[in-house]
Design a protein around this ligand. Structure first.
Ligand SMILES: Nc1nc2c(ncn2[C@@H]2O[C@H](COP(=O)(O)OP(=O)(O)OP(=O)(O)O)[C@@H](O)[C@H]2O)c(=O)[nH]1
Length: 645
C-alpha cells in the first residue's frame, strides 16, 4: 500500500475517533476512557535539550509511533504561530500516548534560555526526562543547565544521543562528554535519529523501563495541581492539571486552595495532542479541566484543586512552583490610547499562559497609559509582543528593554524622605525614574555567572567578546579533548540584549552559553537622555555605564535617524547626559520636499486626481502605523528597533 493511501486511511480512522469524542459530549459512555491506566501503567516524562538538538522532531516521531498523528507531520507540538514562524518552541506542550498497555504523558519543552521557566515548570510534572544531545554538536550550555535542574529534583534522566545520521556525528565523543560531566555510562545512552526515526522505538521502551511510575493514590479524594493554563476565547480559563489523588470528572464540585473558590467541573480531558474529552482524569494522569473560572488569576500555575467535600484544613497544598526572576524590563503601550482596556485584557490573558512575565502599570508622557513588563530575555519579549498581535489582534508598542539597576541614596533624612519614600536603596527599572546624581551615593548593576561551552580554538575570540563586555574570567575546564567550559562573571546588561547573536556570529554557532544571577556590582551609571526637537522622549533614553555613554550616544542618534521618517519640518535629535542639554551627539533630519498636492496642478484630466488619491491613501495607511510624539510621527517599531544593529 502506498504512503498516500496509508495516510488517507489513518486520517479517516482518526476523524471517526475525534468525531466520536466531540460529538458525544452529553454521553459519558462514549468519551475516551483511560481508567485502565492505574498509576503503575503511567509514565510522565519530558524532553529537554539545548536549542535545536531535536526535541520537537523526536516528539513528532513518538506521536507517530504511538498513532497519535499521521506519519510525516512536523512540529506537531509547536502549535503557536510564533513557534512555527521562528522554528522554535516557546511553550511546553503535553500529549498523552498509548504504548504497549502504558499511558505515556509526553511534555515537550523549549530549549532557548529565555524560556527556561517553562522547563522548570514542566519538571514539576515529570518523573523522568530524555536529555537529548545532538551528536554533531555535543553537550552544550543548556544541556548542562537542564541536567542540573532535573538532577536537583531527583528526576530520572535518560541520555539520548540524537542526529546520529549526520555525517558530522561523533557519538564516541558525546559519550565521553556525558561520562565526564554527568557520569553516564555508554550503555545507558541511546543512539537515535529523530529525523529518520532510527531507534526511536527504543526510546519508548526505555521510558517504560527506566522512568518510575508516578506516586499517586487513586482511592483518596481528588487533589490536583495546575501546572499550566491558558485562556480560551470561547471556554474561558483552561487549567492543565496533574492529578495526584483520586479522580475528577464532569459534574464534580471542586475547590481551589489559594483563591478559595468553588467550581463545577464542566469538562475534563487529555491532550493527544489536541484536546480530547475523557470520562475522568485519574491519579497519576496529566490532563486538562474546564470549570467556571471567570478570571485568569483563578487558574494560576501552582494552584491546588481539591474535592469540594474535603475540609480545606486537611488538604495539603502543593509547594509553590519557583518563578524565574525577570532579567529585562520594557514598556508596553497600545498604539491607540483608546485601546488601553482591550489591551489590558489581552495582557492578562496572555500572562496566564506565560506566568514568567511580571506586569506593573506604567504611564508615559508620549505613549499614555501602559505597563512595565519584566521578561526573561529579549527573545522572550519579542515573542510576547508577537503573541499579543497574533493571538489577540493587539497593536502594541514595545519599548527598548533595560535591566534593573539600583541606587543607594545618600544617608540624608531630607533627601530620602522627600524624594524616595524614606528608602535607602531604590530600584530603577525605567530611565524616566533615574534619580538625581547628587542624591546618590552609589549605583549597582546586576551581574550574572555565565557558563560557556567553546571549541578550544575559539577560546581567544570568546574571551575577547567577554572582556569587551566588561567581564571577569573564572574557571576553565576541558569537557573533552576539543572543547572547554569557561566561566565568566558579566554585567547582565551586556548579556541580556544581543550577546547571544554576537557570540553566534563570532563562533559560527559553535559556542553556547547559559547564565544565572550572581549578585550586584557597584558601577558608575548615567542616563543618556534623547531630545527630539528639544523635548525629552524618555522611551528612547537609556541608563548605562558612564564609560559607554559617548559611543552609545552616537549609535542611538544614528539609529533614530534611520527609524524616524522625514516630517513636514526639520527634526533635531540630540543625545545628552542627564538633564544637561549639551549634546554628546546630534543629527538633523531634513524636512520632506515633496508636496503631493503639486501632482494636481494643471493636470485634472490626466489621472492626476487618481494619483493624488492613491498617494493620500498610502499616506493614511502609513499614518496608522505611526505614533504621534508631540507633533512628530514615529513608526511604532522604532521604539524597539533603535536597539537593533
Ligand atoms: N539530520 C537530522 N536532523 C535532525 C534530527 N533531529 C532534528 N533534526 C533537525 O534539527 C533541527 C531542529 O530540530 P527541532 O526538533 O526543531 O529542535 P528543538 O530542540 O525542538 O528546537 P527548540 O524547540 O527551538 O529548542 C530541525 O531542522 C530538524 O529537522 C536528526 O535526528 N537528524
Amino acid at each position: 500500500m502506498n504512503r498516500q493511501r496509508l495516510l488517507k486511511i489513518w486520517c479517516l480512522k482518526k476523524l471517526g475517533e475525534t468525531h466520536r469524542c466531540y460529538s458525544s459530549a452529553g454521553d459519558p459512555t462514549k468519551l475516551i476512557n483511560f481508567s485502565e491506566f492505574t498509576p503503575e501503567k503511567i509514565r510522565n516524562f519530558g524532553i529537554v535539550a539545548h536549542v535545536d538538538h531535536g526535541k520537537s522532531t523526536l516528539a513528532d516521531r513518538l506521536l507517530e509511533l504511538c498513532g497519535a498523528v499521521p506519519p510525516g507531520q512536523q512540529q506537531m507540538l509547536d502549535k503557536l504561530q510564533v513557534e512555527r514562524e521562528r522554528g522554535i518552541t516557546v511553550k511546553a506542550q503535553t500529549a498523552a500516548l498509548k504504548y504497549q498497555g502504558y499511558l505515556l504523558n509526553l511534555i515537550d519543552t523549549p530549549g532557548h534560555v529565555d524560556f527556561s521557566a517553562e522547563v522548570s515548570r514542566s519538571l514539576a510534572v515529570c518523573d523522568g526526562i530524555l536529555l537529548l544531545v545532538a551528536a554533531n554538536q555535543g553537550v552544550q550550555a543548556q544541556t548542562i543547565a537542564n541536567f542540573w535542574l532535573a538532577f536537583e529534583k531527583n528526576i530520572q534522566i535518560i541520555p539520548v544521543i540524537n542526529k546520529i545520521d549526520l555525517p558530522g556525528a561523533d557519538i564516541k565523543s558525546v559519550e565521553t562528554q556525558l561520562k565526564n560531566l554527568f557520569e553516564f555510562n555508554s550503555e545507558e545512552c541511546l543512539h537515535i535519529s529523530a529525523k529518520s526515526g532510527l531507534n526511536v522505538e527504543k526510546v519508548l521502551d526505555a521510558i517504560v523501563e527506566r522512568v518510575p511510575a508516578p506516586t499517586a493514590n487513586v482511592e483518596a479524594p481528588f487533589r490536583a495541581m495546575i501546572f499550566d493554563s491558558y485562556f480560551d476565547h470561547f471556554r474561558g480559563a483552561i487549567a492543565h492539571i496533574v492529578v495526584k489523588e483520586g479522580s475528577v470528572q464532569k459534574g464534580d464540585k471542586i475547590r481551589s486552595y489559594q483563591n478559595d473558590k468553588s467550581y463545577d467541573v464542566s469538562e475534563v480531558g487529555v491532550m493527544r495532542p489536541e484536546m480530547v474529552k475523557c470520562t475522568e482524569v485519574r491519579a497519576g494522569q496529566v490532563g486538562y479541566l474546564v470549570c467556571n473560572m471567570r478570571t485568569v488569576k483563578e487558574a494560576v500555575v501552582g494552584e491546588t484543586l481539591f474535592a469540594a467535600e474535603t475540609p480545606k484544613e486537611s488538604v495539603q497544598s502543593f509547594a509553590e512552583i519557583k518563578g524565574v526572576k525577570a532579567t529585562v524590563y520594557a514598556g508596553l503601550f497600545p498604539v491607540e490610547t483608546a485601546d488601553y482596556e482591550s489591551l489590558k485584557q489581552a495582557v492578562e490573558r496572555l500572562c496566564l499562559n506565560d506566568p514568567s512575565v511580571t506586569v506593573t502599570p506604567d504611564a508615559s508622557k508620549a505613549l499614555g497609559l501602559g505597563w512595565r513588563i519584566g521578561f526573561l530575555g529579549v527573545l522572550h519579549m519579542e515573542v510576547f509582543g508577537a503573541r499579543l498581535s497574533q493571538e489577540y489582534d493587539a497593536s502594541v508598542i514595545l519599548c527598548q528593554p533595560s535591566v534593573e539597576y539600583r541606587a543607594k541614596i545618600k544617608d540624608n533624612e531630607n533627601i530620602r524622605k522627600k524624594r524616595y519614600d524614606g528608602m535607602e536603596e531604590v530600584r530603577i527599572l525605567d530611565p524616566s525614574k533615574f534619580p538625581e546624581e547628587s542624591d546618590v551615593d552609589s549605583f549597582l548593576e546586576p551581574m550574572v555567572k555565565v557558563r560557556m561551552i567553546v571549541p578550544n580554538e575559539m577560546m581567544g575570540t570568546v574571551n575577547g567578546l567577554c572582556s569587551e563586555c566588561r567581564g571577569e574570567r573564572g574557571e576553565i575546564s576541558s569537557i573533552d579533548t576539543s572543547r572547554l567550559m569557561i566561566l565568566w562573571r558579566l554585567p547582565l546588561a551586556e548579556v541580556a540584549v544581543d550577546f547571544f547573536e554576537r557570540l553566534k556570529k563570532l563562533t559560527s554557532g559553535y559556542a553556547s552559553f547559559d547564565y544565572e544571577p550572581d549578585g550586584w556590582q557597584e558601577t558608575r551609571l548615567v542616563k543618556l537622555t534623547i531630545l527630539i526637537n528639544g523635548k525629552e522622549v524618555s522611551e528612547f533614553s537609556q541608563i548605562l555605564p558612564a564609560a559607554m555613554a559617548r559611543d552609545r550616544a552616537k549609535t542611538l542618534v544614528q539609529r533614530l535617524k534611520r527609524e524616524i521618517p522625514r516630517q513636514q519640518f526639520e527634526v533635531t535629535i540630540k543625545a545628552c547626559i542627564g538633564s544637561s542639554t549639551k549634546a554628546l551627539s546630534q543629527i538633523v533630519i531634513q524636512p520632506m520636499k515633496r508636496d503631493f498636492s503639486q501632482l494636481l496642478k494643471g493636470n485634472f484630466g490626466g489621472g492626476g486626481m487618481e494619483r493624488l488619491n492613491k498617494k493620500l491613501s498610502h499616506q493614511k495607511k502609513g499614518k496608522e502605523r505611526m505614533k504621534m510624539v508631540g507633533n512628530i510621527q514615529i513608526p511604532k517599531e522604532a521604539f524597539l528597533n533603535v536597539l537593533k544593529n
